[in-house]
Design a protein. Structure first.
Length: 101
């Protein structure tokens, strides 16, 4: 198989490795923006004397889902453990959110 055939075959198979890396990094960058916005809105709500549990719930729910997905795909127990602890944090924060209201 020559170089042109290999390149044509890779193009027909879908997303290449570089595109996968860019896609993965874009989700990481998006998550950072969401965390920053949640942090800013939390500060504003805290200054106003309001509850800001919902922003923590959003961040920890993202972390939990991300770690469970990583555990499913990679299989390392550290992702499962972090996923469980962040899921517990989400549940406790959710309970706290409804108790404060």
């Amino acid at each position: 198989m020559n170089k042109e055939e290999i390149l044509a075959r890779v193009k027909n198979e879908g997303i290449d490795e570089r595109e996968q890396q860019v896609l993965s990094q874009s989700f990481g960058f998006g998550a950072i923006v969401v965390v920053i916005l949640c942090f800013i809105f939390s500060i504003i709500k805290a200054i106003e004397g309001q509850s800001f549990y919902e922003f923590g719930i959003i961040i920890f729910a993202y972390l939990s889902a991300s770690n469970f997905y990583q555990y499913k795909k990679i299989g390392e127990k550290k992702y499962l453990i972090v996923g469980i602890f962040t899921a517990i944090t989400v549940i406790l924060s959710f309970i706290g959110y409804f108790l404060i209201r």
